[in-house]
Each structure stands twice: as C-alpha cells, then as structure tokens.
Write a protein of this length. Structure first.
Length: 289
C-alpha cells in the first residue's frame, strides 16, 4: 500500500513512528508538504490513503481535492475544518449535547477591553485554531488591554473561566482506541508543564464515552479532546483534529492499522466497482451470441 502524509513535519514523533511501522511492513510512505512550492500529486500518482496532519488552509484545500479524486483522507477535510473555527466547534458540540464550554465570538480583544472590568475571569482564545494561537486568561481590564496590544487584529472567542485543579485532561482517540494524559494547564499560575500518561481506566466514569461520542459528532477518526473537571462535572474546552499524541504507547500502531485498513477498504471498493459481476458477464455473453 501507498500512504501519503499531508504535513510539513514528517519527522513528528507520531507520524515518524507510524511511518516506520508501515515501511518495515513493506508499504510506501510519501510525505506531501501542502505549503511547499511543489504542487500536489496528479490523478495518476495518488496514494491509497492520506493522513491529514497539517491544518492550514492550503492543507485543507489539498485534502478536499484529493477526496474529489476518490481517495480517502484521514481526517476528512470537512471534519478537520469543523475543528478550526472555535465558534463552529462550540455550536456543533453544544447542539449535540456535549458539555462544551459556553463560547462567544468577539471581533478583537480591544472590544473586550473597551467594555470595562469583566464580571469574572475570562479565557480568551484565537477564533481560528492553529499553532501558536492565542490562549490566555484575563481577570481584569488591564490584562485585556495588554492582550489587545499584543494581538490587535486577532478575531477571538471568549469562555468564562471554569474553576478547576489546574490540570488539563488530554483525551486522544485513534480509530476508537482511547489514550489519555494529564498536563499542567497553560492557564495555571506556573504555566504549561509536561504531559503525564494517564491510564484510560483511571479516568472518571463516563469520560471515555464522552471522548468517543465527540468523535462521532465531529466525524473524526484521529482527534483529541481537552477536558477540565469543573464543579459540575466535565467541561470540554477544545477539540483537535489529528493532534500530536506524544509518548502514548500503542498510538503509532493504532494509526498505522487505521491507515492500512482504510486503504484496503478503498481499494476493495474501487476493484468491486471496476469489475463486472457474474450476472453482467453472462448478460454480455448473451448479447454477443
């Protein structure tokens, strides 16, 4: 099988480990940088499946074009796009009944600062999720003004701060297989810390089901769900398409298995569609007789 990686970083640990497993098993893995100078593959040089790790606009456009050729992409361009706009993300999650943090859009942080002192602590995030985006806590108008000065034109969303332990629960799913970790929140006083592996069996009751249900709502096969334990229970604060999933034993194997199964299913479907059935063959013989 031939597996394509839509990424600018094929050396990412998860992708590198999955690629190594695939190549050792005799398969071909081809990186494809969606933001590079080279154009995407033409229809005569397509992989059997593509893994969409990059989430830039050009990456999504390339993935959509590959899908139009009939090649499966994991995650799909549409599912990945649903996780890029945090307003769309929140609306979709809350409409499905997921315990997602109430989220409202604001044109700029300056608009927030101009409204005066916030009633309570706020979490301000870039509206469009990407590497190096804005995620910050602001308790006062002065802090909002500082953010506005640093991010003057950034469209943002606002969530009321959820009182919590200061630890983010990172839940990752690859093809229905759950992985978990604990990470010191970037909003905690000491800032973000390293992620500690957490056995899924140690998650609070119902959290595994919550993670799996989230994937169904967004149409994702490889994804992450950030969950806080709030006073009233779990609160989902973010959903990420194709996260890094670093340091999780079994994740590369699960990803490699998913890629191969998807590629083989697509190949079987194409072959079945191209080959005539026994009845069609008999009918053709009768017509030619």
């Amino acid at each position: 099988m031939r597996i394509g990686l839509i990424t600018a970083d094929p050396a990412h640990p998860l992708l590198a480990a999955a690629s190594r497993l695939l190549t050792e098993d005799g398969h071909r893995v081809d990186p494809l940088d969606p933001d590079g100078a080279a154009p995407g593959p033409d229809r005569g040089a397509l992989a059997d499946v593509y893994l969409l790790k990059a989430r830039t606009p050009r990456a999504l456009a390339l993935a959509a074009r590959l899908e139009s050729y009939g090649v499966p992409v994991l995650n799909s361009a549409a599912a990945t796009g649903r996780c890029q706009d945090r307003v769309v993300m929140a609306e979709l999650a809350r409409a499905a009944g997921l315990p997602f943090a109430a989220t409202r859009p604001v044109d700029t942080v300056g608009e927030l600062a101009a409204a005066g002192e916030p009633v309570g602590p706020l979490v301000v995030k870039s509206r469009y999720s990407r590497r190096g985006d804005l995620v910050a806590r602001a308790d006062t108008a002065a802090q909002l003004r500082e953010l506005a000065a640093a991010w003057p034109e950034e469209p943002v969303v606002v969530q009321d701060f959820t009182a919590n332990s200061g630890w983010d629960h990172k839940l990752w799913v690859v093809d229905g297989r759950l992985f978990a970790g604990l990470r010191r929140s970037e909003l905690a006083p000491d800032g973000r810390g390293p992620t500690r592996p957490l056995p899924p069996g140690e998650l609070p009751a119902g959290w595994a089901e919550l993670a799996l249900r989230t994937g169904g709502v967004f149409g994702l096969d490889v994804y992450g769900v950030d969950v806080l334990l709030g006073p009233a229970g779990p609160v989902v604060v973010d959903v990420n398409a194709f996260p890094g999933i670093r340091g999780q034993a079994g994740a590369p194997e699960a990803l490699a298995d998913l890629a191969l199964r998807t590629a083989r299913t697509a190949l079987t479907t194409r072959t079945a569609g191209a080959a005539p059935t026994a009845g069609e063959t008999k009918g053709r013989r009768r017509k030619s007789a």
